[in-house]
Design a protein around this ligand. Sequence first.
Ligand SMILES: [Zn+2]
Length: 159
Amino acid sequence: MKFIADIMVGKLARYLRMAGNDVLYINNISDDEILKIAKSEGRIVLTRDSLMLLRKPFKNNSIKSVFIMDDRVIKQLKQIKNDLRIPLKPNLIRCLECNTELSKAQKENLKDKVPPYVYKTHKDFLHCPKCDKYYWRGTHYDNINNTFKLINTTKPDGI
Ligand SMILES: [Zn+2]
């Protein structure tokens, strides 16, 4: 499943990427452009804009959409999980900034590129070829893990 997120659900886009999902999120993009990309790339539109959903491609179902009901990201993730029945768990395979697929990085080359403590305590690193950013499963990853646990263990209507 591939997605395109509107400007109001940027945080949700990031969390869905953390679970390995392909989510486009482009600043300053018009509704027309969102529709065009959704159609040509077969992406599901994630939006909080009920007016946008009145447009024809949504009405005749040529573009699929999810109307995001809550403004809290945990609730939003629960909605995605329940509505689309997709598993949501941390899966570090995409750049959280730009959605590009990450590739394995050689640790030897990273000595000057990541903090010394991180270099010492981690062995697996990933790299985004587009924004030249490095990723590893550090403390931030633990926080992500906890967030996803919250989504997966509590009842659909509670936090
Ligand atoms: Zn990137």
